[in-house]
Design a protein around this ligand. Structure first.
Ligand code: HEC
Ligand code: HEC
Ligand code: HEC
Ligand code: HEC
Length: 382
């Protein structure tokens, strides 16, 4: 077989950048801060403002002490596409807070500032009081289930009640549109769908090692007409996207192209977080053999996780990659391919551990170039 000396050239510098940058685990976020953010999501949902709820969940996930389980809970809210899915996510979040408070014997204020606070407080008197107050303007029937639920099962009736609040408040009004710093944004689904296709194509061309076609996708993204559609408050986000796309356009090698691809995805994510908008695809379970279809699957959902942004998609993609085998059993691979397989597994493990967006972008880039690096060897067994 032909050996082109690719693996050292492409992967090693990227790996060195990624793997030697462990940061100490952050301090857990204190209760007050969690409460302020959770109440903001709750209030947005009560008014049926899905985008505001998603934006607030994104901000809460960025708290320095937010650990993986909290981020996964919040991802269920910020990645949800419908009101019912969003309130269900909020129900799971509240249950998560309540369960830990119960387990640790924490007692919170007896005078809750919000229904949410009453739901996550182990005692039942604050919840009774909160619901009594609310019954001034909604029927007792709608609160009955939450009132009688034990602490360990409050999440679901709480979520259903939130949907009832939102439905009634929205009745006769159209649901709020995404906003940026208070300024409503126009309908963007068509141009976003196009940008999504361009970003996915760009990633695929890098995985194929096709620099020329990757450049065409980058050019398409760099010449976005989003600024013409959007109010001025959104221009800085568009400018970031264009800057990253121009870097990709000018890339002279695959590594540079892969790094720029990941920066483009981060630029998408920044605007989606700020607007509480973005793609809301449903995660699908991987199918087929644990081989290359798994590999493609893993790398797709990691890219999606970066640009949506969607914590669950990132984690699921990385989990799949960490366990997928790349060299079929009995495949007598050259040592470089074995090294590369190990490197990919190491990257996927690191992807599960790090929450830093820039580190994630570097991992994504290294994974993208791993495909052509390994395939370039001709894929013939020795
Ligand atoms: C892993 C366990 C755990 C989880 C999960 C948890 N908490 Fe707590 N929480 C505690 C403990 C322990 C305390 C008491 C010590 C303290 O005040 O820090 C506490 C206290 C609080 C307080 C009272 C703090 C004060 O200063 O009066 C609030 C409010 C609070 N949590 C909100 C939340 C919210 C909201 C969530 C869910 C988003 C949550 N907590 C999730 C363990 C947890
Ligand atoms: C049957 C319909 C209905 C249901 C159900 C309902 N509300 Fe309301 N709510 C209203 C109406 C009507 C108003 C007054 C609207 C206004 O002032 O614009 C209102 C106003 C409010 C306000 C004050 C809003 C403001 O801007 O001052 C809050 C807070 C509120 N509701 C909370 C809730 C919560 C929490 C729930 C669910 C547990 C809920 N509501 C369920 C009809 C409902
Ligand atoms: C300037 C802000 C901004 C930037 C930059 C941005 N988006 Fe979006 N995106 C939005 C908003 C706002 C929506 C919600 C659109 C709507 O509901 O009309 C959205 C929605 C989406 C959707 C869902 C569309 C649908 O049919 O529901 C996808 C997919 C998407 N964006 C992909 C991308 C990709 C890929 C990029 C980067 C290449 C990107 N976006 C960059 C603001 C942005
Ligand atoms: C460690 C080496 C290695 C890495 C890294 C690697 N591959 Fe492969 N790939 C192979 C080998 C060997 C084959 C051929 C063996 C086979 O088809 O069973 C192959 C074949 C494929 C095929 C065609 C076979 C099929 O099952 O349809 C696809 C698609 C594929 N790889 C995708 C990817 C993607 C996407 C990446 C990067 C995320 C990647 N590969 C990274 C070694 C690798």
């Amino acid at each position: 077989m032909q050996h082109k000396g690719w693996s050292g050239v492409l992967i090693v510098p990227l790996l060195a950048g990624c793997l030697h940058r462990g940061s100490p685990p952050p301090e857990p976020a204190p209760g007050r801060e969690l409460l302020v953010h959770s109440v903001a999501i709750h209030d947005a949902l009560v008014q049926g403002d899905l985008h505001e709820a998603r934006a607030r969940a994104g901000q809460m996930a960025a708290l320095p002490g937010a650990d993986v389980s909290l981020r996964l809970m919040l991802a269920e809210i910020s990645g949800a596409g419908t009101l019912a899915d969003t309130t269900a996510g909020m129900g799971h979040l509240a249950q998560y807070c309540a369960d830990c408070h119960a387990a640790q014997g924490v007692s919170l204020d007896e005078q809750p500032v919000s229904l949410l606070q009453a739901v996550i407080t182990p005692a039942s008197a604050p919840l009774e009081r909160s619901l009594d107050q609310l019954e001034v303007h909604l029927s007792g029937a709608s609160t009955q289930e939450l009132r009688s639920a034990p602490l360990s099962e409050r999440g679901t009736p709480y979520a259903e009640l939130l949907t009832t609040c939102a439905d009634c408040h929205l009745a006769g009004r159209s649901p709020p549109h995404p906003r940026l710093q208070g300024v409503p944004l126009p309908e963007l689904k068509a141009s976003m769908g196009q940008h999504f296709d361009q970003a996915v194509d760009l990633g695929l061309h890098v995985m194929e090692g096709d620099l020329e076609r990757a450049r065409l996708s980058a050019t398409a993204l760099a010449s976005t007409s989003l600024s013409q559609e959007l109010p001025e408050t959104a221009w800085p986000y568009v400018a970031e996207l264009q800057e990253a796309a121009r870097q990709a356009e000018q890339a002279t090698g695959l590594v540079e192209m892969a790094l720029a691809t990941a920066q483009i995805e981060l630029a998408c994510a920044r605007c989606h977080t700020a607007t509480g908008a973005g793609p809301t695809q449903t995660l699908t379970a991987p199918s087929g053999e644990r081989h290359m279809s798994f590999h493609l699957y893993g790398v797709y959902w990691m890219g999606y996780g970066l640009l949506a942004p969607d914590e669950r998609a990132w984690m699921l993609g990385a989990t799949v990659l960490a366990s997928a085998w790349m060299l079929p059993p009995g495949w007598s691979a050259p040592p470089e391919q074995r090294e590369l397989e190990e490197a990919v597994h190491g990257l996927a493990q690191y992807a599960l551990a790090t929450q830093d967006p820039q580190a994630r972008a570097e991992i994504r880039a290294a994974l993208l170039v791993s495909c052509p690096a390994c395939h370039a060897s001709g894929m013939e067994p020795l």
